[in-house]
Structure formats: C-alpha cells, structure tokens
Design a protein around this ligand. Structure first.
Ligand SMILES: Nc1ncnc2c1ncn2[C@@H]1O[C@H](COP(=O)(O)OP(=O)(O)OP(=O)(O)O)[C@@H](O)[C@H]1O
Ligand SMILES: [Mg+2]
Length: 277
C-alpha cells in the first residue's frame, strides 16, 4: 500500500529521529533498526524506516522486493522526488523509504554538491510531522551517506558485535561525531549501545562480558556514563524473521531476542517522553 501514512494528520509534534550507526560492517545496525521499528509500530506508534544503504537489507527485511519499486531514497537525495512520494507501507505496519542500487552511485554524485552532508536532513523536514519515530539504517564505512544519516538525526544508537575490533572503533566513532557537531553546528546525542552476542556458546558469553567491561571503562574515561548499554542474545529466529520479511515483533514476539528488542523500544519511548536525549 502506498502513502497511506498521509491519511494520518501531520501534527505539530515532530518525530524522534534515530540513526543506527557503526562504520564497521555487520555489527547489527539493520537488525536493530528493523526490530525496534517493529515493536514501536506494535505499540501503535507511526514509524518510518529510511534505508540509506545500497545493500538494501532494511528494504528486504521489511519484505519489499527492490525489483518492484519505482523510486527510492536515491531519488529523494537528488531532488527527483519528495520523501512522501517514495514511502511504502509494509506488512508489519512500519513505513519504509526504500533503498535502490542507484545509491551505489550516491557518493560520486554527492561529492561536488554544496551542503552535501545535509541532503537527507533537508528532505526530512517535510514528513517528520506524520511520524512518531523515524529510524535510519545507515550503511557501514565512513562515507557521505553515513554522514548524511548522522546529520539528519539528533540521536544515534550504536550496535556493536562482541568482537574486540568493534569495541576498538568506538574512539573513532566518538571523534567523528564530535567533529561533525563542531563543523556543522549540530548536536548529536549518543543514545545507547547495543552489544550483540556472536553465538550461544559459553565462551562467547564470557567474551561479551569482557567487551562490556571494556566499553564501561571507555564510557567512564570519556565522561559518557549516561549512555546505556543493552546486551542482545544470539538467536536463529533473527535469520528466520529476516527471511520472512518481518521484524521479530511480528514473527516471534515472545522469543528471547524479541523481548530484548521490546525492552529497548520501551526505553526509547520513555526517553522520548521525558526528553532524555
Ligand atoms: N542477535 C542476533 N542473533 C543472530 N544473528 C544476528 C543477530 N543480530 C544480527 N544477526 C545477523 O548478523 C548479520 C549482520 O547483521 P546486520 O545485517 O544487522 O548488520 P549490519 O551492521 O546492518 O551490517 P552492514 O554493516 O553490512 O549493514 C545478519 O546476517 C543478521 O541476520
Ligand atoms: Mg546493514
């Protein structure tokens, strides 16, 4: 169904915008974005996922076949379409601004453009009144697309896998955000970290515990102790839900991994209500 979100009133209240960011690949950005979106939608919130990644995993994860779409975020970034014209409603009720393969060329096209860090931000202002939450799935790598994701959102969630390399990149990520804030005069809030187990083994349990300890030390050293860390269990159900094009909230809501994402979604609701971000 196309554009039914426009039937809801675009009130004065603006959506909370959250980007899922980590320049390392495979840390769980897309999985976290989709599953939190699913629970927020189940809690009767109007949710938009923006797939900013040429890989299109968020688009597929919401059950949309890219071959069937006419327009994508690419057309929005380069002024061919308004955001409202590309948004689709998906089976779970989560709305989606889909990705297309054209996004692979976005870096090159953005390179010479003025204000190229805020192309997405400029295009979001038209639709933020129609949604309660806008979640942006940001691609890996330190690209202009990644920077557009950060600049468009006031809030950032950092998904991490429980490997030591994912932890070590935190310093780089923090420096990048500080630099962008200074250069572009924005105020980005690092909201929470989601630490994902890599397997169900006992060894992995201890490894996750060690990485969590390192992260906590990092947060203390950098005066960031208000930043909450959630641990996510490893679950095969994630794979199955993704194969079925549904968030876990609509595939296996009572699973351990489902309940973990539900807790995070609830925390986001509270943070939004109390403006703790
Ligand atoms: N909690 C989990 N349990 C089991 N598998 C998971 C879990 N979270 C993510 N995965 C799997 O790990 C892989 C990487 O996850 P995901 O695609 O979300 O990472 P990403 O950071 O978005 O990757 P990329 O940087 O390529 O965009 C996927 O195959 C996903 O199904
Ligand atoms: Mg991804």
């Amino acid at each position: 169904m196309k554009n039914s979100f426009l039937k809801t009133s675009g009130g004065a209240k603006k959506a909370m915008i959250i980007a899922f960011v980590h320049h390392k690949g495979g840390t769980g950005k897309t999985t976290s974005c989709l599953n939190i979106a699913g629970y927020l939608a189940k809690m009767n919130k109007r949710v938009l996922v923006i797939d900013l990644d040429p890989q299109g995993n968020a688009t597929a994860g919401l059950g949309i076949d890219r071959k069937t779409i006419d327009f994508s975020v690419y057309d929005v970034l380069f002024g061919q379409k308004n955001m409202s014209e590309v948004i689709l409603e998906t089976a779970s009720g989560v709305c989606l601004a889909p990705s297309s393969l054209d996004l692979l060329a976005a870096e090159t096209h953005m390179a010479g453009k003025p204000n190229n860090a805020s192309l997405l931000r400029q295009n979001l202002s038209y639709i933020t009144g129609f949604f309660d939450y806008v979640l942006i799935d940001v691609p890996p790598g330190s690209t202009l697309l990644m920077i557009n994701g950060i600049v468009a959102s006031k809030n950032i969630i950092i998904p991490l896998d429980s490997g030591v390399f994912a932890y070590e990149t935190l310093t780089t990520l923090r420096s990048l955000v500080i630099e962008l804030n200074k250069e572009l005069g924005i105020e980005t809030n690092l909201m929470m970290m989601l630490l994902r187990r890599n397997s169900i083994s006992v060894m992995d349990y201890y490894q996750t515990w060690e990485v969590k300890k390192l992260i906590k030390e990092f947060l203390v050293e950098n005066n960031m102790t208000s930043l909450k860390i959630f641990t996510l269990p490893y679950s095969r159900k994630i794979f199955k839900a993704q194969m079925n094009g549904l968030p876990i909230s609509h595939y296996a809501p009572l699973s351990c991994i489902g309940m973990a994402f539900k807790r995070i979604a609830k925390k986001i609701l509270v943070m939004n209500k109390n403006k703790i971000y």
